[in-house]
Ligand binder design. Structure first.
Ligand SMILES: [Fe+2]
Length: 458
C-alpha cells in the first residue's frame, strides 16, 4: 500500500515537474480582495507572466472570466448575487487553483456578521502562523489588517513569507489591508509593493493608500496614518467628507475606522499626538463606533470622549512591553493592556457590537460589548456633539479566561465609560422660537388691554 502510494506520488511529481519547467509557478494566491454585494476581486502572483481563466460557480450557474497575461494577475468578478456562496477556480497553464467565497449582503442590510482584525505580522513566522490558524477557526466573513505585514516593504522575500503563512486564510476570505510604516519602501516612503499586491476600493484621494467600504449596515474607513501621508494628501478632508456622508445615510448604523497608528497607547510607541489632534476630534464629532489600530505589538483597549480604540498588533512581530513612563493622556485612556499574540473577533448584530480579543491558544483576553443608537445629521448642518456625555450607547467588558473563542467569558472588571449616554436633542429651530415669542407678545398685549379697559371702567 505504502509502495503503491509512493509510486503515484513519484509519477505525479514527475508530471508536475515537467509542467512547471515550461509553465509559470504560482508564488502567491489565489487570494481575495475588494468584497462587495455583487462583485469580488481574485488576485494571484506568478514567477512569470501568463494568462488565466477564472471559473465561478454559484447562483446563476457557471461563468468563466479571462485575464490577460500578467505576473500579478487580477480579475474582478461582477454580476454576482448578494449574500451568496460561490466556488472559484483559477486555471493557469494547465494548473488549477481552487477556493470559495461569499458575497457581501446588500449595503444597509441589517444582518449579523463577523470579521477578524489582526496586525503587525512582520517577522516571526511561527507566531504569525499560530495567530492565523486560530483565526481561521472563527470562520469570519472577512479579514481586516491593521498594517505592518512585513518588516521592510522593499523585501520581496518578506512579502512572500506573509502570503505563504496567510495562503489558506486569504484564499477563502477577503483581506482589507491598511498600510503600516514598515510596509512602505525607500526614502520616498512609497507603498509600491503594497499597491501592487492589493486591490482595494478606489475611492480614496490617494489611490489605494486609504479607502472606504461598506458591509451590511457598517461603513469602514481605512486610513493611511503614516506621517508622510498627511503632507502628501488631503486625507483629512476626505475623511470628514466620508464621515458626513455616512452620518447622512440612515442605512449606516456603525462607522469603524482602521489605521496602523493608535491615537492612544501605553506601549513603546505610545499614542500618536498628530492623530489625536487631526482625526480623533472628527471621530468624536461624527460619533464613530470604534477605531482599530496596530503598531504597538500588544492588545490594548482605550476609551476617550466616548470613542472606543483597540490596538491589535499581536500578529507575529516581537511583542512590546508597557512603556516605562507613558504619556498621561494615554494612561488615562487605556483601560486594558496585555502583551500577547492575538487577534480580534468582531461581531455586529443590529445595534450591538462585540469585540473579543483571542489569544493563540483560543483563550479570551476580554470581550467588550456596546450598542450604538441610530444617529444622523441634517444635510449641510452637522449637529452631533462630541463629548463623553453626549455619546450614544453603553459599554460593558468581560475579562476573558475561557478555553475557546466562542465560549462566554466570565464577568470581570468593569470597563471605563460605562455610564449611559444619549444624543443631545437638536436645538430648536429658530422659526419655532419666533412663533413662541410672537404668541407670548400677543398674550402680553391682550393682558395689557384688559388692564387698560378695567382701569377705564373704574
Ligand atoms: Fe508600525
Amino acid at each position: 500500500m505504502k509502495i503503491a502510494c509512493l509510486g503515484v506520488l513519484v509519477a505525479t511529481t514527475a508530471v508536475g515537474g515537467a509542467a512547471w519547467a515550461d509553465g509559470p509557478r504560482m508564488l502567491k494566491g489565489p487570494y481575495l480582495q475588494d468584497l462587495a454585494p455583487r462583485s469580488i476581486t481574485v488576485m494571484w502572483h506568478l514567477d512569470h507572466a501568463a494568462p488565466a481563466d477564472i471559473t465561478v460557480e454559484g447562483p446563476g450557474g457557471e461563468r468563466v472570466f479571462h485575464a490577460a497575461a500578467a505576473r500579478i494577475g487580477e480579475a474582478t468578478i461582477d454580476r454576482l448575487t448578494p449574500a451568496s456562496r460561490y466556488r472559484y477556480r483559477v486555471d493557469i497553464a494547465g494548473q488549477s487553483y481552487r477556493g470559495e467565497f461569499a458575497t457581501a449582503p446588500e449595503v444597509g442590510a441589517d444582518v449579523p456578521f463577523s470579521f477578524v482584525v489582526m496586525g503587525d505580522t512582520r517577522s516571526d513566522v511561527d507566531s504569525h502562523r499560530r495567530v492565523v490558524e486560530r483565526m481561521a477557526q472563527t470562520v469570519p466573513d472577512f479579514v481586516v489588517g491593521t498594517g505592518d505585514m512585513v518588516d521592510d516593504g522593499y523585501r520581496q522575500d518578506q512579502w512572500q513569507q506573509f502570503f505563504d503563512v496567510e495562503a489558506h486564510l486569504l484564499r477563502d476570505n477577503v483581506y482589507f489591508p491598511s498600510v503600516g510604516n514598515h510596509d512602505r519602501q525607500g526614502r520616498g516612503r512609497t507603498a509600491d509593493s503594497y499597491r501592487a499586491f492589493f486591490s482595494v476600493p478606489d475611492n480614496g484621494g490617494d489611490t489605494e493608500r486609504y479607502y472606504a467600504f461598506s458591509y451590511a449596515a457598517v461603513r469602514f474607513l481605512v486610513l493611511d496614518s503614516n506621517e508622510y501621508s498627511f503632507a502628501l494628501s488631503d486625507q483629512t478632508a476626505w475623511l470628514e467628507r466620508e464621515l458626513i456622508a455616512a452620518r447622512q445615510d440612515r442605512s449606516v448604523r456603525h462607522i469603524f475606522a482602521v489605521m496602523h497608528h493608535p491615537p492612544f497607547s501605553i506601549s513603546l510607541h505610545g499614542g500618536a499626538r498628530d492623530l489625536r489632534e487631526r482625526w480623533t476630534p472628527l471621530f468624536e464629532k461624527y460619533q464613530i463606533s470604534a477605531v482599530f489600530s496596530g503598531h504597538d505589538h500588544v492588545y490594548e483597549r482605550a476609551e476617550h470622549n466616548g470613542i472606543r480604540y483597540f490596538v491589535s498588533g499581536g500578529g507575529g512581530a516581537p511583542l512590546y512591553p508597557r512603556a516605562p513612563d507613558p504619556n498621561p493622556v494615554d494612561l488615562a485612556a487605556v483601560k486594558k493592556f496585555e502583551r500577547v499574540f492575538h487577534f480580534l473577533r468582531v461581531t455586529v448584530a443590529g445595534a450591538r457590537v462585540e469585540v473579543t480579543g483571542v489569544r493563540t491558544d483560543g483563550s479570551v483576553i476580554e470581550t467588550t460589548v456596546w450598542s450604538d443608537v441610530p444617529s444622523t445629521v441634517l444635510p449641510d448642518a452637522p449637529r452631533l456633539v462630541a463629548s463623553a456625555a453626549d455619546r450614544a450607547g453603553t459599554t460593558s467588558t468581560r475579562a476573558g479566561a475561557s478555553a475557546a473563542p466562542s465560549a462566554a467569558a466570565p464577568a470581570g472588571a468593569a470597563a471605563g465609560g460605562d455610564a449611559p449616554a444619549a444624543l443631545v436633542p437638536p436645538p430648536e429651530p429658530a422659526g419655532g422660537s419666533l412663533v413662541w415669542i410672537g404668541l407670548g407678545g400677543v398674550g402680553l398685549l391682550l393682558a395689557a388691554a384688559v388692564v387698560v379697559v378695567r382701569t377705564l371702567r373704574r
